[in-house]
Design a protein around this ligand. Structure first.
Ligand SMILES: [Zn+2]
Ligand SMILES: [Zn+2]
Length: 181
């Protein structure tokens, strides 16, 4: 959704609230898949040099567990939306000592039109954990057969005995037994 904020941009002190109800965002490249619409509320206020955006959003995203690679859901509740959208034409003549804006991607706010969907996407993106685990106790996949160990043990021998030394030791044992017999 693109929001036309012209009315706010042209009126100092103007404040408008929106109820957010956006369709789920899917961005496989960034590992984002919302399973629910994005809802919430946002307020835009013309603060002179910029429009202050404040709001909260709710949705549920599906992410992949770093251990078992299984999908699981993270509920995002009251995720804060905070942004200051610079107003063109309201830049003071004397440039004050302001923080230099970090290299941002494409501007989301151009000619009073806000790319709201992209803003939501970016907001959700930064909350997606890099190493997400479906649970702290996730047992992950068996390194040998690949079975999801959360669903039960696989047929592989326990890890401690499958080290190179362990295998060697068991081979030697078999040899001894054979030579004895
Ligand atoms: Zn897992
Ligand atoms: Zn296994």
């Amino acid at each position: 959704m693109k929001l036309d904020l012209s009315e706010i941009a042209l009126n100092l002190g103007k404040r408008i609230s929106y109820e957010i109800d956006e369709p789920p965002i899917e961005d496989p490249e960034m590992g984002i898949r919302c399973t629910k619409p994005i809802t919430g509320k946002v307020t835009f206020t013309n603060a002179g040099r910029h429009i202050v955006m404040r709001g909260r959003i709710n949705t549920t995203i599906e992410v992949e567990c770093a251990r078992c690679l299984g999908p699981y859901l993270i509920e995002l509740k009251d995720l804060p939306l905070e942004e200051e959208l610079p107003l063109v034409g309201h830049v003071p003549e004397i440039i004050e000592d302001e923080e230099v804006l970090e290299d941002e991607n494409e501007p989301l706010f151009v000619e009073n039109i806000l790319d709201f969907t992209e803003l939501l996407r970016q907001t959700i993106e930064v909350t997606v954990p890099i190493k997400a685990l479906c649970s702290e106790e996730c047992k992950g996949l068996c390194p040998h057969c690949g079975k999801d160990l959360n669903t039960g043990p696989c047929g592989c021998p326990p890890d401690t005995e499958t080290t190179a030394f362990g295998e060697l030791a068991s081979l030697l044992k078999e040899d001894e037994q054979q030579s004895e017999g």
